[in-house]
Unconditional design. Structure first.
Length: 135
């Protein structure tokens, strides 16, 4: 009987030790990034009409500050701009994407990859449209 009691105490101690790290892990704060839209179509734009821009709004749905670490475009004709300061939980920020149509007639689709400390770690944003050389 003493042996069964010792085993029971040992089992309770073991379960408690395993449960504590799990509960500590559950309490870790995390940032969560959510974009209101992940694509924008400029429609038909004039090649010589100058650069066009669109602002993508994103939200921190987590409970820790959100930091955009990097936003990179797949080519030099597209330039992303993002906030340098952390976005607090429950707040929003803007990612501005600018496209230069000069010398790029025809249809286009460009991707910007956004990396953050939030979940998901990587988000892809797309812009598209048609550059009309005659406008």
């Amino acid at each position: 009987m003493k042996r069964v009691k010792s085993i029971a105490i040992l089992l309770v101690a073991l379960i408690t030790m395993l449960a504590v790290p799990a509960s500590v892990e559950a309490k870790k704060k995390k940032a969560e990034i959510r974009f209101s839209e992940t694509s924008h179509n400029f429609g038909t734009i004039a090649e010589k009409g100058g650069k066009v821009s669109h602002e993508f709004t994103f939200y921190n749905d987590g409970d820790a500050p959100l930091v955009i670490m990097d936003a990179t475009a797949e080519c030099g004709c597209t330039k992303p701009e993002f906030p340098a300061n952390p976005i607090e939980p429950g707040k929003s920020g803007k990612l501005k994407v600018t496209f230069n149509p000069l010398g790029r007639p025809g249809g286009f689709t460009k991707t910007v990859t956004v990396r953050s400390n939030g979940q998901p770690k990587k988000t892809r944003i797309k812009i598209s449209g048609v550059v009309n050389p005659n406008k």
